[in-house]
Design a protein around this ligand. Structure first.
Ligand SMILES: CCCCCCCC/C=C\CCCCCCCC(=O)N[C@@H](COP(=O)(O)O)[C@H](O)/C=C/CCCCCCCCCCCCC
Length: 215
């Protein structure tokens, strides 16, 4: 299960990262957004290799954004808002079908953004769950309500099989490294509004520019 010490997941750490995500004027910092996802991928890795195909896809997308951020045009990738403006103004986004910009920042962030909705729904289910609730069912329900509609059959099938391998609620809470189940619930209650706000702001940005269906 758990990897080396520096790979240990801390829900509080991830929460703090999402706290840093918004600028004073409510733009989304890409640096902190991807750092939040990095923390979550760490958690996913600690659950075992059956989730490898999911964490690999997330890690690839995180790395694409980090490369933009650290690249020569990095100043345009500080926030999601500046990235959208820059990529659209410079025609760096494939809008209707995949073409010469298959890994634009906009489409890459959109994939993680959709996954953030899954996360929000899953965490809300976890927060309100009871001791005998099944993590696999909560995860699948959250997935079917969000990400699944963007995935082909084969991905949905593989994801569904992976969900069945999730540990039960007590073990799941343990890996979160927060403390008692009551403490986990409290931390989730604190984290959810932050995650939700970041999601809503990004959703509004993409909707405003008609980017919600990028190929
Ligand atoms: C607070 C702790 C509790 C929650 C911890 C959650 C940890 C989750 C960590 C990472 C989640 C992975 C995010 C996956 C991003 C998927 C992006 C995506 O949709 N990619 C697909 C489309 O990409 P393109 O082909 O267009 O480039 C791609 O096809 C996906 C492939 C992999 C399958 C993705 C299945 C996603 C299931 C999400 C649930 C993860 C289950 C985690 C269980 C705790």
């Amino acid at each position: 299960m758990a990897g080396s010490e520096d790979q240990k997941f801390s829900l509080l750490e991830v929460l703090n990262t999402f706290k840093l995500c918004l600028t004073d004027n409510k733009e989304v910092y890409i640096e902190h957004y991807v750092a939040g996802w990095r923390g979550l991928v760490k958690f996913l890795n600690s659950l075992g290799s059956v989730f490898g195909f999911i964490s690999k896809d997330a890690a690839t997308k995180i790395q694409i954004l980090i490369n933009y951020l650290n690249g020569e045009n990095g100043s345009h990738y500080v926030t999601a808002q500046s990235m959208v403006k820059y990529e659209l103004e410079n025609e760096l986004v494939d809008i209707t079908k995949r073409g010469s910009h298959p890994e634009s920042g906009c489409r890459t962030l959109l994939r993680l953004h959709r996954a953030l909705r899954w996360l929000e729904l899953f965490l809300e289910r976890l927060r309100t769950s009871t001791e005998d609730s099944k993590t696999s069912v909560m995860c699948a329900d959250a997935y079917n309500e969000s990400l699944a509609q963007h995935h082909p059959w084969v991905v949905r099938k593989a994801a569904g099989m992976a969900f069945c391998m999730l540990p039960g609620r007590p073990a799941f809470f343990e890996v979160m490294n927060v403390g008692s189940p009551e403490q986990v619930v409290a931390v989730l209650g604190e984290a959810l509004p932050l995650i939700s706000e970041v999601y809503q702001i990004t959703e509004a940005l993409y909707a405003q520019h008609n980017l919600l269906d990028l190929p």
